[in-house]
Design a protein around this ligand. Structure first.
Ligand SMILES: [Zn+2]
Length: 329
């Protein structure tokens, strides 16, 4: 039996709608006056509205998360998975356009510099316009009949080379679980009575001591060139968060993940009792790494925003997951 899942927001689809709205907003926002530097330190969304430029620093969101502003021309996206019924952390993209300032997308709404938001939302809308419309059919278990998928707007040009930091791990099986999760999306994938070929690739390198670039509130810090998966605090209700840094063309260059130490996790290949299955949650988080966003609760896909205890079904892809990864790669 599949668990009840709640609390979904169709981020990518709504982002398209928001993009069109903002795109139609005043073009004079992009007046060619010389942009000023923002004040140093931690910036609010309000402070970014002027379109001031940021070479380094952080932006603080109303929910308490802070994100280190990526280098000019680059963006960072944070996506997560949550426990059923918990308030979901909104999807966030921080996009530094350089001369037009910094735009921040929180679920469906772009904030920050209006010129940067217009540019970022137009780019997102152009990418989303190629995504097929989701189809939904009534079925007892829609996992193998529902073709829904959504994309984040980035993808990898090559293999995701990654490390694992076992510090604080709540599952001795986690490294193996992550490797299986990463490989669930690659190569020849047979599921739901169909077979697809995905050119998504990853390579596990070795244990690392670098910490994943995330904060205790689930924000993303700066890119350091190492994709590291590990453990740490996260807000209540959040099981895992994936940060991905990418360039202005949507080419990803680094991804870090943090899994929540505040929950009980399966410590073997099996899972029992009030624990979350490490491999199942990691399969979802790796979907984010490769560029997939959330689909609606009830679609039966790995990319639903939340999963319950020992949700072993989420170790294997649904039809929408298969369709999405094959479309991206
Ligand atoms: Zn997620």
């Amino acid at each position: 039996m599949r668990p009840v899942r709640n609390g979904f927001t169709a981020g990518a689809v709504i982002a398209l709608a928001a993009g069109l709205t903002i795109g139609a907003a005043p073009a004079q926002a992009a007046t060619p006056t010389a942009a000023e530097h923002c004040v140093d330190g931690t910036l609010t969304l309000r402070a970014l509205q002027s379109g001031c430029t940021v070479a380094s620093g952080s932006v603080a969101l109303p929910d308490g998360r802070t994100f280190t502003v990526p280098a000019p021309g680059e963006s960072v996206a944070a996506t997560s998975s949550s426990v059923p019924g918990a308030a979901e952390l909104p999807e966030v993209v921080v996009s530094n356009t350089g001369s037009s300032g910094v735009a921040v997308r929180i679920d469906d709404v772009w904030k920050g510099s209006s010129a940067a938001a217009s540019a970022a939302s137009r780019a997102a809308a152009a990418r989303e316009a190629t995504a097929p419309t989701a189809t939904t059919r009534a079925a007892a278990d829609p996992k193998c009949t529902n073709r829904s998928y959504a994309t984040t707007g980035y993808r990898w040009a090559g293999s995701v080379q990654w490390y694992y930091n076992e510090s604080g791990q709540k599952s001795t099986y986690a490294k193996d679980a992550l490797r299986k999760a990463a490989n669930a999306w690659t190569g020849t994938i047979a599921a739901c009575g169909t077979t697809v070929t995905s050119t998504a690739r990853n390579g596990y390198l070795r244990l690392a001591t670098q910490a994943p670039g995330l904060t205790d509130r689930g924000g993303c810090t700066s890119s350091n060139g190492y994709s590291v998966m590990g453990w740490g605090k996260l807000p209540a209700g959040t099981l895992g968060v994936t940060c991905v840094w990418y360039d202005g063309s949507g080419v990803a260059k680094e991804s870090d993940q943090r899994y929540a130490t505040g929950y009980k996790w399966s410590s073997t290949a099996a899972c029992s009792g009030g624990r979350f299955d490490t491999q199942a949650v990691a399969t979802h988080e790796w979907g984010h790494v490769y560029g997939l966003a959330h689909v609606k609760t009830g679609t039966g896909q790995v990319m639903q925003p939340s999963g319950g205890y020992c949700d072993l079904g989420a170790r294997t892809l649904g039809l929408g997951d298969l369709t999405g990864i094959a479309a991206l790669y």
